[in-house]
Design a binder for this molecule. Structure first.
Ligand code: ADP
Ligand code: MG
Length: 685
């Protein structure tokens, strides 16, 4: 059995489980091994009831102090039990477990483990797990993996499958040369994969994780280096001249460019008319107005008689850009002849688009990764723009560029990255920064609250909708069951429908929906026929609905601050006062302090840096910071040190052996060029 073997070969995995795995993008044994735990359950030392912290999972050793009280609410059996330990009392509630009445005898001691809640002074636990002291001791100090799941697939089933895969899978030989392993103190790959799934202690887990993160970064940076070599000093085949079109467009726009935008526009013009081909990254905080810069570059391209392509990471975003551009054509008569190309179009629609692209009838092509399919042939592709670029792997960018003959490249990113990291991550690009927001925006009002604030928030939302505004609500997961205890889009939508006035229309959006449905929902939201949109972070990327004024984020503690900042950027885009409500299910001091940073700053760079400083580097079970860089395990902020090491390692290796021709580097070369192993994921969620 090797990495490419189907998961069906594993014992206990039948057709049904295979389908469930497929939902998680797990097809082969290798995919399964790469499905790293999202965190670990830790059976910590028990605490006394007096020491429990609301919002946290705790274990208490306590005695049942009264006869359990049972009642029925329709088909639900509810059992209430009071326990105490001398430092306090706690109320336990069990659902549909009537047999516990006999087990939990007054005076008997047990270990109860669950999330602690509070009502006034009373401590509560719902559905805690029950252990004898002996049983619990056996669990402590172990780290039990918790996987991302899908409805119907249990954590245990994944664990079992992974265990088998680890036992049976033949790992290839170690692929780094020994010198590199030694220099960076890397754990062997096989051991690292085993340890990450079933760690025996934290220190080893840290080392294992570091090895796998190093691998991811190394592969990514290697591709980047190849790109740079290919793109460096390329002759400009599409020298462009500034025409009246862009000047007129700028005059017609309802706003002047900000100073920062004007500076970047100048840089773009210089690039496109110079000796060498453009290879430029525009980095700018959400709302800094990057789109208009892309439009200007594309307009200059069209005016010079060439074609430009704009690739967006989601259909929703592609459709939005297309509408914007169509608006410019209608309102200002700019010389675009745009077409849209996305996966969900019918075969007939696509064929029509292909023809227009091949004949040159279209001079602006907007789409998703559908643009890089082999059927797409351009007539004169001179400029490729990718929006929110690192949703795409480096390879995808490469593929699109290859559709033309050394076209100019412009990538746009809102991920705030310190300069030192930007140089590593965007090594193949010149960097322009839009470091200024357009004037006249009202600053967004923020609040960080606990879940008891919800009723107030719903009233506020209803009020905003009554004034004609629209609202986003973000939940961390799509449907029940992927991760325990987290709000999910589907159920939350039902809940909101029942608590908000009936004339408010609530709908949901998530990455697992069909593309056509996503587009329809987004269109309806943009057209204001939906008032409240409940969504996962799919809407994090680039959506522009200036009438939306409220962003409410559930389980805000689960997100990195940089990501929350991106989400916040979806509001405050119009003339109305906007609001962000960050709801945290955890109330401990560190969580609240971390989230408060969002209150004190609107600067994405500062927020990311501050978050990193607070959490410290190398945090094991970090929240994911950046949706844009979708590494499986690595996080460009928390693992910045590893990123630098990987960059150094590549530098040193390629300095000695630029084409990886030496015998000791052959295994590495094979691995790096194996497209099935090392691609950076393209995910839309
Ligand atoms: P992002 O940089 O996040 O992609 P967008 O390009 O979507 O931001 O721009 C956000 C909003 O700001 C849009 O509604 C856009 O029309 C507007 N905008 C862009 N530039 C300016 C400007 N110079 N003055 C005022 N509004 C602007
Ligand atoms: Mg944008």
């Amino acid at each position: 059995m090797d990495r490419s073997t189907s998961v069906l070969e594993l014992k206990g995995v039948g057709e049904k489980t295979r389908k469930l795995f497929e939902k998680l993008d797990i097809r082969s044994v290798g995919d399964l091994l790469g499905h790293y735990p999202r965190d670990y359950e830790i059976y910590e030392e028990p605490v006394s009831i007096g020491q429990t912290v609301p919002g946290k999972v705790c274990a208490v050793w306590a005695a049942v102090s009264g006869i359990p009280n049972e009642r029925r609410v329709r088909r639900l059996h509810i059992l209430n039990v009071t326990v105490s330990d001398g430092t306090g009392v706690m109320q336990l509630t069990f659902f549909n477990m009537p047999f516990l009445k006999k087990v939990l005898k007054p005076g008997s001691f047990y270990l109860f483990r669950g999330t602690v809640q509070s009502r006034g002074k009373t401590r509560l636990m719902e559905q805690p797990k029950i252990f004898s002291q002996e049983e619990y001791r056996r669990q402590t100090d172990r780290l039990l993996p918790r996987y991302s799941l899908t409805k119907g697939l249990t954590n245990q089933a994944v664990q079992k499958a992974v265990k088998q895969a680890l036992d049976l899978c033949d790992f290839e030989e170690e692929f780094y040369p020994q010198a590199l392993l030694d220099a960076y103190d890397l754990m062997p790959e096989r051991e690292a994969v085993c340890t990450v799934h079933f760690p025996t202690d934290r220190e080893l887990l840290g080392k294992a994780r570091r090895r796998l993160v190093f691998d991811e970064f190394f592969a990514f940076l290697y591709l980047l280096r190849r790109n740079r070599q290919a793109g460096e000093g390329l002759r400009n085949r599409f020298r462009m001249f500034e025409t009246a079109d862009t000047v007129r467009f700028l005059e017609q726009l309802p706003f002047p460019l900000t100073k920062a935008q004007a500076k970047v526009w100048q840089e773009i013009r210089n690039d496109m008319s110079s000796e060498n081909c453009m290879n430029r990254l525009i980095q700018g905080d959400v709302g800094s107005g990057k789109t208009v810069l892309a439009v200007l570059a594309l307009l200059m391209t069209a005016a010079n008689g060439y074609q430009g392509a704009l690739m967006a990471p989601t259909e929703v975003l592609a459709a939005q850009h297309f509408e914007t551009v169509k608006g410019y054509v209608e309102k200002y008569g700019v010389c675009f002849r745009p077409v849209l190309l996305v996966g969900s179009m019918t075969a007939g629609e696509k064929r029509e688009a292909y023809e227009k692209i091949a004949s040159g009838e279209a001079n602006l092509i907007i789409g998703t990764h559908a643009l890089i399919q082999s059927k797409v042939c351009f007539k004169a592709l001179a400029l490729v723009v990718t929006d929110e670029q690192h949703r795409f792997g480096v390879r995808q960018r490469e593929h699109l560029a290859k559709k033309g003959e050394d076209p100019h490249i412009l990538v746009m990113s809102a991920t705030p990255i310190p300069r030192t990291l930007a140089i590593i991550l965007y090594g193949d690009l010149h960097i322009s920064v839009v470091d200024e927001l357009p004037q006249g925006r009202l600053p967004i009002k923020n609040c960080v609250v606990n879940t008891s604030y919800r009723p107030t928030a719903y009233k506020f939302i209803a009020g905003q909708v009554a004034e004609g505004r629209q609202v986003y609500v973000i939940c961390p997961q799509v449907e029940e069951g992927e991760m325990e205890d987290l709000e999910n889009v589907v159920d939350y939508t039902e809940k909101l429908k029942s608590v908000l006035p009936p004339d408010i229309s609530v709908a949901y959006l998530h990455g697992k929906m069909r593309a056509a449905d996503k587009n329809r929902i987004m269109e309806e939201f943009a057209a204001r026929s939906i008032d409240v949109l409940v969504s996962t972070t799919v809407i994090e990327v680039g959506i522009n609905v200036p009438n939306a004024t409220v962003m409410m984020v559930e389980n805000a503690e689960r997100f990195g601050l940089a990501q929350l900042h991106q989400l916040r950027g979806r509001v405050g885009r119009g003339e109305h006062q906007s609001y962000c409500i960050f709801v945290s299910a955890r109330e401990d001091k560190e969580t609240m302090e971390r989230l408060q940073i969002l209150n004190s700053s609107n600067d994405g760079f500062r927020i990311a840096a501050e978050d990193l400083r607070l959490r410290g580097p190398g945090e094991l079970f970090g929240v994911r910071q950046s949706g844009e860089f979708s590494f499986r395990m690595g996080d460009i902020y928390a693992d910045a040190a590893v990123l630098k090491q990987a960059a150094d390692a590549i530098e040193a290796l390629l300095a000695q052996d630029p084409d990886l021709e030496r015998p000791e580097n052959q295994a590495l070369k094979r691995r790096l060029l194996d497209e099935t192993v090392n691609t950076v994921d393209f995910r839309t969620i």
